[in-house]
Ligand binder design. Structure first.
Ligand code: SF4
Length: 220
């Protein structure tokens, strides 16, 4: 698929997503939140699900977690417009509760798998335990298994790292260590993605402000 064909296919999935009312999570959010970024990228980051700011703006990882993620990505040599970022679950669970495995499997099969089938990334980074369980199985543990490569059921090389929301809850030495862990995991993901597509540019010259690109939305 050409880049344009990929973009068109992602738009089609996005339209389908906007209409989705397939599970009860839809009742509690403004609207589903799809993905953001480049359709032809070799590198895809997958988080858990939208939080409050993500729900307000219809953009994944735009809130405080997203700001922290952007800083880490910039330090490694990546900007969000050059990769694709999305979530396993597309509707914000009430009170930001963690979605369970069944909810993740249900929504992931409907939308995340379609996004991946279009982009066909060379590398996936799973952010946090929901994405790690989705791709690697519920036996895996983020504290133990982050930074380790495995193949997803779809055949994608995947590495997990901490979700930035977890870092926001840490302080002191734990925070410093976790930030270094994320830095090294992202570095490893970038190195493998570069190996797979040496000509691809992963970092734009200027930093990207997602609030300039995404508008606050109303309840639909
Ligand atoms: S969480 Fe997923 S499956 Fe459920 S309504 Fe939202 S988009 Fe549809």
């Amino acid at each position: 698929m050409s880049e344009e064909e990929k973009r068109t296919a992602l738009q089609k999935t996005e339209e389908e997503l906007r209409r989705c009312e397939a599970c009860p999570l839809r009742r509690d959010c403004l609207a589903p939140v799809g993905g953001f970024g480049a359709a032809d990228t070799p590198l895809v980051l997958v988080g858990e699900g939208p939080g409050g700011v993500e729900d307000d703006y219809g953009c994944p990882l735009i809130g405080p977690s997203g700001q922290l993620l952007d800083k880490a990505l910039w330090a490694v040599g990546i900007t969000r417009d050059r990769i694709y970022t999305t979530n396993v679950i597309k509707c914000r669970p009430l009170n930001n509760r963690t979605p369970d495995i069944a909810e993740a499997a249900f929504c992931g099969a409907r939308f995340l798998e379609k996004e991946l089938a279009v982009i066909r990334p060379k590398i996936i980074v799973a952010l946090g335990s929901v994405a790690l369980h989705y791709f690697g199985g519920s036996d895996l543990r983020i504290l133990r298994d982050r930074g380790q490569w495995f193949l997803t059921a779809g055949g994608y090389p995947c590495i997990a790292t901490y979700h930035p929301a977890y870092l926001l809850r840490l302080t002191g030495k734990e925070l410093v260590q976790a930030k270094w862990d994320v830095f090294h995991d992202l570095q490893a993901a970038l190195a493998k993605a570069k190996e797979a597509e040496p000509a691809y540019v992963f970092k734009s010259e200027a930093k990207i402000n997602l609030f300039d690109l995404c508008k606050k939305r109303e309840r639909t």
